[in-house]
Ligand binder design. Structure first.
Ligand SMILES: Nc1ncnc2c1ncn2[C@@H]1O[C@H](COP(=O)(O)OP(=O)(O)OP(=O)(O)O)[C@@H](O)[C@H]1O
Ligand SMILES: [Mg+2]
Length: 330
């Protein structure tokens, strides 16, 4: 079967330390968890659970170490094609150390490690062959020059491009413009979009990015406030609420990776031919289930998700508004 989606981005080992409070000279860790994570890997796994075996090809980098081997085994176990993952000597696999206090506040220390070695030079013939084969490419957080090279190649090949800029948002519109100009969907969280556009107003922020690319669809992940799709082609704003795990009888356990689950599932259902609004609803349901799961990869397989969706859909409200000119709303 030909792959349908390429996912590009980080692989991390998430070590979470549960502490009473941050920073006194000595802090006892009450509980410690370790999960394979990283936005790229999390999104790829979410998409693969929907699209099935050999439908997702992953492009990223790990160190030549145990963590790297665990990642490759786990991705392969999900049916993801792993043969263009780079294994880099002399640098450790990426790791994220997350401290969570009694109030649920988090402090994250990221060691990017091997993820930084996914340079444009790594985009070789084999990567391009896979890129030609897929319909969509979902780019999360590779180094910016690599993202730029990939969007250029993907644009030339007529692929649909989704970009979740994550921490790259901090570079601002001027620096990100060459990438933004070429993508179809920009999928940041709300804070990232505001940071990118140096504004405090969500609609203004959308307007600013659409000034850079007038065809750009902006999918904003808004945590407990849900998500929003601004489509300049149909002049619509689609709002979808979030569903708390408690509404399905679960506890909110960890929202780490909810955004990754959301974009991975959104991309997968678009590939399966669902409408954008249906893909948003299914992604919302998947993100709720991810929040109920302790680790970052809690999306169930497609059939189970569709079953959950039967219970979830009555809790999802879609509000669609026409915005013939976004500027009039500001
Ligand atoms: N506490 C929550 N309860 C219910 N749903 C949530 C919660 N947090 C997030 N979600 C769902 O997940 C979607 C994406 O999450 P979020 O906005 O946190 O993305 P993100 O910041 O990119 O996350 P990450 O980078 O940690 O993966 C939201 O639009 C919402 O549907
Ligand atoms: Mg995110």
């Amino acid at each position: 079967m030909a792959p349908k989606l390429m996912v590009v981005g980080s692989l991390n080992y998430d070590v979470t330390l549960y502490v009473d409070r941050f920073a006194p000279p000595k802090t006892v860790v009450r509980r410690l968890t370790r999960y394979l994570g990283g936005s790229g890997g999390n999104s790829a796994v979410a998409a693969a659970r929907i699209l099935g075996k050999e439908a997702v090809v992953f492009f990223g980098a790990v160190g030549n170490d145990d963590i790297g081997r665990k990642h490759i085994d786990a991705l392969r176990g999900e049916g993801i094609i792993t043969d263009i993952i780079r294994v880099i000597d002399g640098v450790e696999s990426g790791q994220a150390f997350v401290a969570v206090d009694r109030n649920g506040n988090t402090a994250i220390y990221s060691y990017y490690g091997a993820n930084t070695k996914l340079t444009p030079e790594e985009i070789d013939e084999k990567v391009l062959t896979y890129l030609e084969a897929v319909q969509y490419i979902l780019i999360t957080n590779p180094p910016l020059p690599t993202a730029l090279e990939l969007v250029s190649k993907a644009r030339d090949l007529g692929k649909t491009i989704i970009w979740d800029p994550g921490a790259q948002s901090k570079h601002g519109l001027e620096v990100l413009k060459p990438v933004l100009e070429k993508v179809d969907y920009l999928a940041p969280n709300e804070g990232e979009l505001l940071t990118m556009t140096r504004t405090k107003d969500l609609l203004k922020a959308i307007k600013h990015v659409q000034e850079v690319n007038q065809r750009l669809k902006v999918l904003v992940k808004r945590g407990e406030k849900g998500s929003l799709l601004a489509n300049p082609l149909s002049n619509t704003l689609i709002h979808v609420n979030a569903v708390p795990p408690e509404a399905l009888g679960y506890k909110t356990t960890s929202t780490v990776g909810c955004g990754d689950a959301y974009v991975g599932v959104f991309a997968a259902f678009l590939i399966l031919g669902y409408s954008e609004v249906d893909a948003m609803k299914l992604a919302t349901c998947a993100a709720t289930l991810n929040a109920a799961y302790e680790g970052p990869r809690g999306v169930p397989p497609k059939q189970a998700l569709l079953k959950w969706f039967e219970a979830c859909k009555v809790l999802i409200q879609v509000k669609e508004e026409k915005c013939s000119n976004l500027a009039n709303r500001i």
